[in-house]
Ligand binder design. Structure first.
Ligand code: GLU
Length: 316
């Protein structure tokens, strides 16, 4: 029998190939990579191309090229599907999501929802702190649990309990979210058949053996939804570490539309070593932005140095 210290740290980087990476994506990749490399663990590259309209293979190729350029290597995954837990692109993992959905259906917590976007927008239902509408449960059957088959063309929602989910984030500490009041019954599969991020991310992280998730703090509260799914599916949740969001000079969170901070623009004006050194400095890992390679930071890496603010501002 192994003990806890024998468990290998498995982290992952899970970009959506809907555009070129920006400095915020790179910051997440760098911190996740350093945390795994410091622990002698494994780092997985998973392509989160769930949304067929927005995902492009070309962007996935550029993500790989940018990671190579930066000096961030992965042990499993990517477009070549190297490793024992493939495929590593979500668009090819539908059968696994289908199997998880069947198990969730069997809990009697899943119901069909025929509400349109306009219905959701016009509802009087309360809003979550980030502005999302908390679903009014208009379509929820009176009697739950419900084992009725759902007609196609409806989205599938998960009925959540009025209870608090508590977890400890590696950076922001203890978090407590009441799913029914702060999030609402959430979608597992959209009416057009597309899988929800929440379901896919849980199935993938669980089946790939990921035990440390590092990502932006825009997803901090969604960890509660994910814990709920981990429990229903009988999987062990990972540890989460959410990072401050990287903002542009105006203090607005970087998006794929911020051309000046995307990797194309950054590569044109600085070297990989300069960018890595700068991001490490922003992350509190270096006293000054000294050009360096990611592997030179492994020894320095210490979670306690990372900023615990909501955001950090990019000044390059
Ligand atoms: N695919 C998401 C993104 O690119 C990340 C999701 C996650 O790390 O859980 O923002």
């Amino acid at each position: 029998m192994g003990n806890a210290s024998d468990i290998i740290k498995v982290g992952r980087f899970a970009p959506s190939p809907s555009g070129r990476m920006h400095a915020g994506n790179v910051f997440t990749a760098l911190i996740s990579w350093l945390s795994v490399r410091k622990a002698g663990g494994r780092w997985i590259l998973r392509i989160e191309d769930l949304d067929p309209q927005r995902s492009r293979q070309e962007y996935a190729r550029l993500i790989e090229d940018d990671l190579h350029w930066l000096g961030l290597d992965w042990d499993e995954g990517g477009l070549s599907d190297a490793g024992a837990h493939g495929p590593y692109s979500q668009s090819e993992r539908g059968e696994l999501y289908e199997a998880a959905l069947s198990r969730l259906m069997a809990t009697g917590r899943v119901y069909g929802c025929g509400c349109t976007r306009a219905d959701l927008r016009d509802t009087e239902a309360p809003h979550a702190s980030d502005g999302r509408v908390i679903y009014s449960r208009k379509c929820k059957p009176e009697v739950m649990p419900c084992y009725e088959p759902v007609a196609s063309g409806k989205s599938l929602r998960l009925w959540v309990d009025d209870e608090s989910v508590t977890y400890v984030d590696g950076l922001y500490g203890e978090r407590c979210v009441n799913l029914a009041r702060e999030c609402g019954d959430f979608v597992l599969r959209r009416a057009d058949g597309a899988w929800s991020y929440q379901l896919a991310v849980v199935v993938d992280d669980a089946l790939m053996g990921v035990n440390e998730v590092v990502r932006g703090n825009d997803l901090l509260d969604s960890a509660a939804q994910q814990i709920y799914l981990y429990r229903l599916l009988g999987y062990e949740p990972p540890r989460w570490m959410h990072l401050p969001l990287v903002c542009n000079g105006q203090g607005v969170r970087l998006s794929k539309r911020d051309g000046a901070a995307d990797m194309g623009a950054l590569r044109a004006r600085m070297t990989a070593r300069e960018l890595v050194g700068y991001l490490a400095y922003m992350g509190g890992l270096l006293p000054e932005p000294i050009a360096c390679e990611p592997r030179e930071l492994i020894g320095e890496f210490d979670v306690s140095r990372l900023p615990r603010t909501r955001s950090i501002r990019l000044t390059i």
